[in-house]
Design a protein around this ligand. Structure first.
Ligand code: FAD
Length: 421
């Protein structure tokens, strides 16, 4: 590792993925590892998820989000990771040079490798194109949790909840913990986006759940006073409420990538990476939910660890160069595939080079809407891998990379689902 860089590895984002990566780098003997985090403390999103379950696989215990976040922060410090909080990375430049801003002003740093671990965010109202007034009381789950758990305040008392992704469970639990009573939950589809068991939760709490119903309009002079909902028959009705809680519809926090020289993938909304988590500029890697919306904290932490080990191998000179690679395309109906590029031939990489752990062990796939059929990976019409699946938009589908035989001449691989029983 050369000494003319400010550090060996700079990790941007101190959530589970960034901490996992930093800790793994230190355990692999990488000396100068720094996490830069824009918030005042490490931990990422779990800091304001005041409910379980977090930490089972990492620590063998079930923690609430804030306790889990604190344990991760302690782990980073114990492992000798340098931490710079209250510092935002504002620009990525070729070759591992980044610009930062903190209370002291703007500065720049260079690192042998940079790991991007900036997470995701829920889509705000502005991205959902809902008409109406612009009153106070329209927020996302993350903001609700930060009001309730960090600031101990209530942004509303009777909100409408929009969406039924897994995070809506978090939203309902947070509301009830804070004494907030939602007036209802609306879902545009015919079933919950998450598993059917979701329907039990609102029933348990006595909150109506309306399917095939969309939020049409928000009313309020100052604060939210009501909403108009469009039901399955097209009829519009008004209900009183004092807030709107938009849940889910996650997009990677990829503003840095968008403004940089790195390739961005329209499917995931995050950077294009290979199976090591390596971006189109090999000085940059990425880990965690920035790669794809959305996985759990534990998954993100473990993924960060694996990417951290790949980066350590790269710094130690054990990484195969990204010379020959094939791109992975998605057929219609496949919402995202990640990694989008594979260094080939795979058979010569992780199995024959024991020091190079494959950061991403699977092709991770998500569909646009529910479908039953055969998930397949093909090269030039030849099926390399297939499996029967029942795919739901929020359910992860995994194609294991370990034993795939992909010829370097493949050019492009294609992921598709053939509908059928
Ligand atoms: C409302 C909600 C509830 C959830 N509930 C659960 C649950 O019960 N169990 C579970 O396992 N998972 C849960 N999750 C998912 C879990 O929180 C995430 O999977 C996990 O936090 C992802 O880790 P990450 O490190 O990729 O991203 P994050 O945790 O989002 O961390 C990213 C970090 O990067 C920082 N950052 C971003 N941009 C910059 C920049 N330019 N400069 C410096 N720092 C930057 C951010 O401040 C943040 O700290 C929930 C998520 C949400 C939103």
């Amino acid at each position: 590792m050369s000494n003319n860089m400010d550090m060996d590895v700079l990790v941007i984002g101190g959530g589970p993925a960034g901490i996992g990566a930093a800790v793994a780098l230190r355990s692999q003997g990488v000396q100068r590892v720094t996490i830069v985090e824009r918030e005042a403390v490490l931990g990422g999103v779990p800091r304001h998820c005041g409910h379980p379950p977090f930490g089972m696989r990492e620590f063998g215990r079930i923690y609430s989000g804030p306790v889990y976040a604190a344990r991760l922060a302690t782990l980073a410090k114990e492992q000798g990771v340098t931490v710079r909080v209250g510092t935002t990375v504002t620009r990525l430049e070729p070759g591992g040079r980044v610009q930062l801003a903190d209370a002291g002003g703007r500065t720049s740093l260079s690192a042998e490798r940079v790991i991007l671990a900036t997470g995701v965010r829920e889509s705000p109202r502005s991205a959902r194109l809902v008409s109406g007034d612009r009153p106070v009381g329209v927020i996302n789950t993350g903001a609700l949790q930060s009001f309730v758990y960090l600031r101990k305040s209530m942004p509303f008392r009777r909100p409408l909840i929009v969406g039924t992704e897994l995070v809506a469970i978090s939203a309902v639990l947070t509301c009830f913990k804070a004494g907030i009573r939602p007036v209802g939950i609306v879902e545009a589809g015919t079933r919950p986006t998450t598993r059917r068991a979701f329907t039990l939760l609102p029933r348990l709490f006595g909150v109506p759940l309306w399917y095939e119903t969309e939020l049409d309009h928000i009313e309020g002079n100052g604060r939210v006073e009501g909403v108009r909902l469009r039901g399955p028959d097209g009829a519009v009705r008004r209900i009183d409420c004092d807030g709107v809680l938009f849940t889910g519809k996650f997009t990677p926090e990829a503003a840095l990538v968008r403004g940089s020289h790195l390739l961005l993938d329209p499917g995931t909304g995050g950077p294009v990476v290979d199976q090591y988590g390596r971006c189109s500029d090999p000085s940059y890697f990425a880990a965690g939910n920035l790669l794809r919306p959305l996985e759990t904290a534990g998954w993100s932490f473990r993924e960060g660890q694996r990417i951290g080990r790949s980066v350590a191998a790269d710094l130690h000179g054990h990484m195969a160069e990204a010379l020959a690679s094939v791109s992975v395309e998605r057929a219609e109906g496949i919402r995202l595939v990640m990694p989008q590029r594979l260094v080939v031939p795979l058979t010569q990489l992780p199995r024959d080079v024991p020091h190079v752990p494959q950061g991403l062990e699977h092709l991770q796939v998500r569909v646009a809407k529910q479908i039953k059929g055969t998930l397949e990976l093909t090269a030039g019409g030849h099926v390399l891998w297939e499996k029967q699946v029942l795919a739901l938009p929020e359910r992860r589908l995994l194609i294991p990379l370990r034993h795939l035989e992909i010829p370097a001449t493949s050019g492009t691989l294609r992921v598709a689902i053939r509908p059928g029983a």
